[in-house]
Design a protein around this ligand. Structure first.
Ligand SMILES: Cc1ncc(COP(=O)(O)O)c(C=O)c1O
Length: 399
């Protein structure tokens, strides 16, 4: 067996299951803010496009996807990020969800035979980055998010000896779980570091279309490169329809950026076997070509966040994030740790939240998720409101 499999950590939800096995939930209807799975309905036109293209099942899809899909993604990128021209043949690759792509990309980029290979991840972070690094033969290292700087990872605290061994840097913007969006200055710093040390940047942007002010769409990595007058060298971004179009089951996303990296990634994927189902490709074209449903989806999140955030801010330190569908609340003022908070909230109110420490690792002597909980506002507005009311009641009951 691959001995590196033993290095993988239990997933946060597995840790939550173990924690909750010891807790008797209150006798009320369960409300979950735990799992970050979109729950708004899938638009009918996407289902229709999928159902009407089943004839495509008679053919093997190519790993690079159809020209039509790659072109539609390139056009979307140009429109969304104001990019002058994205080359659909060389700078875009469809993937079956950003999760597998983030994992596979690390296998493509990392040379695990080089001594001390490192992959730098934000902290807290999406756990796939860590598993991808470990199975690629590297050691994951972490840049703690800094609440004083809108949760941006503190890259300036990473030592020179560490940077020299970093082969791949994962960033997540908008961040899971913090919701923070990297600024142009943050990108400037990252590009300078990448130029100096030669590492590749993988920018996970799967929450890019969930934001709260229509006039302020989150800055993307390729957009930042363009604004700073660069090309896409050593830079790729990952996007997905899962959250944008409420189709997590479709398994559809894309990778875009540095053509030389994508050429190698395509080679890797040819053997890996990550080609997208032809019917899914057609449904994806329909989804990327339409923005009306994305605006409606955003409006539904805006309504939920604008009601729930002020209620919770009465009892916890929490604020509207830059983007994404999570609240990242500091529970310190309840006197409970994040783990105690989650367990006692379940016992008192049958509401599930995810302890922040499960989403982070201890680095530099601190776990930056400790004393925080992640709440995914993915359920119906009624359920989100009821969940918030119960959290307020719970916090007030603590005195
Ligand atoms: C930060 C982050 N990246 C990537 C993904 C994967 O999304 P998908 O594979 O559905 O595109 C998720 C899913 O929850 C996520 O939270």
């Amino acid at each position: 067996m691959n001995p590196r499999l033993d290095l993988l950590q239990p997933y946060p939800f597995e840790k939550l299951r173990v924690l909750f096995a010891e807790v008797k939930a209150a006798d009320k209807p369960a409300i979950s803010f735990g799992i970050g799975e979109p729950k708004h309905p899938t638009p009918e036109f996407i289902k229709k496009a999928l159902a009407e293209s089943l004839a495509g099942l008679a053919n093997y899809p190519t790993t690079a996807g159809s020209d039509a899909l790659r072109q539609c993604i390139a056009t979307w990128l140009e429109r969304r990020y104001g990019l002058p021209r994205v080359n659909a043949a060389t700078e875009v690759l469809p993937v079956t969800g950003s999760r597998e792509a983030l994992f596979a990309f690390a296998q493509t980029v990392v040379d695990g035979t080089r001594p001390g290979a490192l992959v730098l991840c934000p902290n807290p972070f999406y756990q796939i980055y860590e598993g991808a690094a470990l199975l690629a033969g590297a050691t994951p290292v972490f840049a703690n998010s800094d609440p004083a700087r809108n949760f941006a990872p503190a890259f300036d605290r990473i030592a020179d000896e560490v940077w020299q061994k970093v082969q791949l840097l994962f960033v997540c913007s908008p961040g899971n779980p913090t919701g923070a969006v990297l600024s142009l200055d943050d990108w400037k710093q990252l590009f300078a570091l990448s130029d100096k040390y030669g590492f590749v940047i993988a920018s996970d942007e799967c929450y890019s279309e969930i934001y709260f002010d229509e006039s302020r769409a989150p800055l993307g990595a390729l957009e930042a490169a363009h604004k700073l007058g660069r090309g896409f060298e050593r830079l790729v971004m990952f996007s997905s329809l899962s959250k944008r179009s409420n189709v997590p089951g479709l398994r559809s996303g894309f990778v875009a950026g540095d053509a030389a990296l994508l050429k190698k990634f395509l080679l890797y994927r040819t053997y890996h076997g990550g080609a997208m189902n032809p019917a899914v490709q057609t449904a994806s074209i329909a989804a990327w070509n339409d923005e009306a449903h994305v605006r409606e989806n955003r409006a539904a999140y805006v309504r939920k966040f604008s009601q729930v955030t002020p209620m919770l801010a009465e009892v916890l330190d929490v604020a509207l994030p830059d983007a994404g569908f999570y609240l990242w609340a500091d529970v310190s003022r309840t006197g409970l740790t994040d783990v105690e908070f989650a367990a006692r909230l379940l016992a008192a109110q049958n509401v599930t939240v995810l302890p922040g420490s499960y989403l982070a690792r201890e680095a530099g002597g601190i776990n930056p998720g400790a004393n925080r909980v992640r709440m995914a506002l993915v359920a119906t507005p009624e359920e989100c409101l009821e969940g918030a009311r119960r959290i307020v009641e719970f916090c007030k009951s603590l005195g």
